[in-house]
Design a protein around this ligand. Sequence first.
Ligand SMILES: O=C(O)c1ccc[n+]([C@@H]2O[C@H](COP(=O)([O-])O)[C@@H](O)[C@H]2O)c1
Ligand SMILES: Cc1cc2nc[nH]c2cc1C
Length: 818
Amino acid sequence: MTADDTTPDADRTDDTGRWAAVRRDPPAAQAAPPLGGLLDDLPEQGRGAGSLYPPTEPARRNPFHGTTVHPVRGRAEADVGDVLAEPSAGSPPTPPLRTEAARPEPDIAGPAADDAPASAAPAAAPAAGRTEAAPQAPEADADTGAEPNVIPFRGAGQDRGAGPAGTRRPPEPSAAPPARLRAADATAPAAPGPSAPEPQGDSSTVNAHAAAPLPESDEPETAAPPPAVAPPAPAGPETPAAGRHAYSEAARTAVYRAIQDRRDVRVGFRADPVPDEVLTRVLSAAHQAPSVGFSQPWDFVVIHDEKLRASVQRLVQREREEYGRALPGARARAFSGLKVEAILDTPVNVVVTVDPTRGGRHTLGRHAQPQTAGYSAALAVENMWLAARAEGLGVGWVSFFAERDLARALDLPPHLEVVAYLCVGYVDEFPTEPELSLGGWAQRRPLSWAVHRDQYGRRGLPGEDPTSLLEETVSAIRPLNQRALGEARERQSRMTTPPGALGVLEDIAAQLAGLAGEAPPPLPEPAAVAVFAGDHGVHAQGVTPWPQEVTGQMVRNFLSGGAVVNAFANQVGAEVTVVDVGVVDDLPTVPGLLPRKIARGTADFTRGPAMSRTQVGYAIEAGIEVARDLVAAGNRCLVTGDMGIANTTPSAALVAAFTGREPAEVTGRGTGVDDAMHEHKIEVVRQALRANPVDPADPVGTLAALGGLEHAALTGFILGGAALRVPVVLDGVIAGAAALAAAAIAPESMSACVAGHRSSEPGHAAVLEHLELRPLVDLELRLGEGSGALLAVPLLQGAVRALREVATFDGAGVSERK
Ligand SMILES: O=C(O)c1ccc[n+]([C@@H]2O[C@H](COP(=O)([O-])O)[C@@H](O)[C@H]2O)c1
Ligand SMILES: Cc1cc2nc[nH]c2cc1C
């Protein structure tokens, strides 16, 4: 493939894009067509199940090929482009990975514009004559560490010291061999250069591109973290011709400033009334919003009446209690301190409604998209919000009620719908960042996560080379921060315990400090488990006593809260997310299930590859996205889970391929096969390895040949967590097999991993040995779902809590030993 292969046809009118087949459901009669879709490049025989896609689907382009490649750190002989392109020539199995030269870490998410201090505004110069300080680009932030217990969203600390990292049992800093030596050790002779990646692009644009690799630098660790949102360039003579209609610099600065400083305010309102003329100006701004077909479908109900507001507040209270009851423990605790409305604390409330019928039957544009009526009203809300900010008024949007209940409470005509209930009033001050971000409830996603070029999935801000999610992610993975790791060790040496008395927990705490870039690290809470589910063509070979439909049935069980993963997640207050990456069955559209189906199961790998490389690429990216979403939603600990009848067979094959062990050594009894089936299963694994000669140095090719969609997605999940510097607690043999692939793609990703437990599957022991991971729990579990990893979460939390809370000898007045 060439770079052109990634460029969509400009005039493409047929439905041939990446998601074409996913967009339309196959007709009922063809629900499980024998051929088609992404499996077109697989042998016809031996499919595990019908493809997701209709049979007419033409071959699709592979956006992973031919895009700009970024060197993969730690495997200098490969690059990410290669990872998804052709198999590399027979390299030996990837050795256990280690560390390499420390380098400044990129800002994964950077302080976003809205997250940045209020002064982090357009780079434009201050308005002439303005009395307030003009918005400015973010100042260098001397504190590269995040607030305690706030996720290290800014790329954690910068690692300056040359020393090892990435060990599962972080070594004492003094034991560090020179980083470059180690990097060189890991570099194949044919490597084109040193382990450091080439700087990508211009540093000014790299800054806004959260995951782009930064060049080696000797800058002090206090270098300013780059912003997550690129400040708008000041217009001026350098602006193209269209700029002649641009506002003056001062006016533009003011516009961007209002956008940036706008906040959803819930606390700190003052009782002062809002003067009528001010309220009218703000409503007038709302009324000038764009609307579909110029239908202006909004109305504004201005509410001062205290009794009416009290009745609305009661609705909110009821909804709030219901919502709080449904939250996982850790979230529920955080939510209990969150204010969600200021209905009675503000002098005035404004309800924005939409009349979806306004403008009549032929309203221009709405005929094709009826929802644009509601969007228009939402634009009125935003106009009002910005105008209010400029007037110094805080606005809080409350949506904690069933829309019909509120419409009834307000006695609205039945054809009107409530779009927004806004609490409006003057405030003592505006939060410098969104309140939810200040409290760690959620984090702003960097702009670079949201920008695609020509085709969804080709990432990059304007002016940058397009990249893929995998490239971007791998480029962001860095070794542990040696400074933070050393600080953790140093504090442990002063804690009121005999030296080393907390054993492995000390190693875990130090590892998490190195990962976060701060000591002590944030508590790994809340935790979120992602259960990746998929089916397997090899099921047809009789490698498990369970029928294939149990995969979908268990997914339903997870969603209704009746499985072990739910019980154990409840125990630790974790959120459960189920991700369908390849279940044969259709699954319900319900909260908690992420529909990311790439195919209806894999092909039977005893007859050829289980998946295409393209499918593997999509599944890896699905896993990265899930990690990103869970972290941006405020989670500080990721837990792997899986569900897939027959998946211990591909797990065994992957383990054999990546570790070089014999199939008989690494193939276990899965859900409980008898001796005869076990023997057969070993033979099936042998057969798969014969049918698919793989090169473990080509992890994507190995996954495609021998893995499952959940293995590939778990690989992405691990890489995604590592790039965001959030701990990833690994479950059993399925996660272990995925970790082998992740380690082969980005060795340093293992720095983020903790082995939650050791499964009784023999392949899992082989994984742990190969990756030098020490399991925290060893209870002969063999369930999957994330069960063993969830049991280990309190151990991680205890390890960090000890580092954070235990007094030092000095502080507690305890004598040290002689
Ligand atoms: O996590 C493990 O180590 C593990 C060990 C044995 C079985 N499992 C689970 O059992 C299912 C696969 O087992 P099998 O025998 O059908 O290959 C799948 O849903 C896995 O989550 C999981
Ligand atoms: C019942 C059952 C539950 C599971 N959970 C994870 N894998 C599983 C496999 C089976 C068969």
